[in-house]
Ligand binder design. Structure first.
Ligand code: SF4
Length: 275
């Protein structure tokens, strides 16, 4: 058994390979790890690269693909890329859920028959409190988008990011996501991570690399330890959790990941529930 196969089998390495399709976003959330916004550098990964690396990931034994950014649905051909990726491995897409107007819903309708799930951010059961952190109309757009996506047959998860573990409003938020058609098993709750804009704004919990579940993450700038690693602060990419500038062949960053994994202290499991 190879070191990679062993790491995947004993789950010391996550089975999902993440791709940052882009870094720009239509929102400017106050805790954004990547300082994303409408005017930042796009840093896009092109469609052919993502597809090639996803096929390599499957051949190496990985079991899932994750897509994140930035807001992935700002990438022009994302629906077509997702359809192709789903033919390789199951796909999870992280999205702010604000772009699903009729035209985009029509384009992604075929994904209802594909193995593609969307994870949509929703932080608070009250529109005002939610939108203070994430932007105007965010709440309304999300609560409209979720039932529309489910009606297309597309699986939806809700991700809630909390400041300092403040869970007082969680019961009402859970009532809301259930009313939208998303069950408790598809609700992810995690703390704000003190990187990117959250660090500038003095928010969130500090995490060492040992606190972040290892999941190989590919960006236009290289391969990283976790999808929470290729963060941006003051306009500059953080490279403290960079594994390799080279991403092709995928075996190169995989080898770097295995080297770091093998140097971790015994029993050093992630502790902050950051997913
Ligand atoms: S947290 Fe997500 S939705 Fe908010 S600005 Fe960053 S990338 Fe965009």
């Amino acid at each position: 058994m190879t070191a990679l196969a062993t790491a995947l089998a004993d789950e010391s390495l996550g089975g999902r390979v993440w791709f940052y399709t882009n870094y720009h976003c239509n929102l400017t959330c106050s805790y954004c790890l990547t300082e994303s916004g409408p005017k930042v550098a796009r840093r896009e990964l092109d469609r052919a690269t993502v597809l090639d690396l996803a096929r390599e990931a499957k051949d190496l034994g990985f079991s899932q693909i994750g897509i994140t950014g930035g807001e992935p649905f700002l990438v022009t051909d994302l629906p077509e890329l997702l359809a192709e990726l789903a033919g390789v491995l199951p796909v999870l897409v992280l999205t702010n859920g604000t772009l699903f107007q009729r035209a985009l819903l029509d384009r992604i309708a075929p994904l209802g028959d594909a193995d593609v799930s969307l994870q949509i951010s929703l932080d608070h059961p009250d529109p005002v409190a939610n939108d203070v952190m994430r932007g105007p109309e965010n709440f309304r757009k999300v609560v409209e988008a979720v039932p529309a996506l489910l009606a297309l047959g597309i699986a939806v998860r809700i991700a809630t990011t909390l400041e300092d573990g403040d869970a007082d409003d969680l019961p009402r938020l859970c009532i809301l996501h259930r009313s939208l058609g998303v069950g408790d098993e598809d609700h992810v709750v995690r703390p704000i991570l003190r990187r990117g804009r959250a660090e500038t704004g003095d928010m969130g919990v500090r995490a060492r690399y040992l606190d972040l579940p290892p999941e190989l993450t590919i960006t236009a700038d290289g391969a990283f330890w976790s999808p929470f690693a290729p963060t941006v602060r003051g306009g500059s990419l953080d490279t403290d959790l960079l594994l390799s500038r080279t991403v092709r062949p995928l075996q190169r960053p995989v080898d770097a990941m295995i080297t770091v994994l093998s140097g971790r202290p015994e029993g050093a499991d992630s502790t902050l529930n950051i997913r």
